[in-house]
Design a protein around this ligand. Sequence first.
Ligand SMILES: [Zn+2]
Ligand SMILES: [Zn+2]
Length: 144
Amino acid sequence: MSTYTGACLCRGITFTLSGDPQAVFVCYCTDCSLNAGGPFQITARFPSPSLQLHDPENLKTVYTVTSGTVSGHPKEKHFCGRCGCTLFTVPLKHDREIVVMRTAVIEGGLERFRPQAELFCKRRPGYLRPCEGTEEWEEMPVAK
Ligand SMILES: [Zn+2]
Ligand SMILES: [Zn+2]
């Protein structure tokens, strides 16, 4: 089984992921954009048991986004309380069965995990081109 490692910006929190992602998306929605401080986030969905966190200084902080989420259900944003780096989100509509990792915090993740689709393309800034070989969705694909 593949194993991946990663860390937050200050490296106070590190993690390993076992297995490969179920899906990889570019997302231009407002939450992703604000959270990234840029046009989009690239996220990879893993089953929750894949993720092993190492947080010896107890730095991990959780902010729950309760209103205005795309799914209509709350989602938890898990980030480092020291450096502010977001590591993953947990969409509560999936009963904590999945974690949505930012591929940027996975070592080599941006190159390794190629997005299969782009979501909320209607919010993509006019100066950016679509990713090569991805599906484009104006908003969110139905039933995802
Ligand atoms: Zn940190
Ligand atoms: Zn998004």
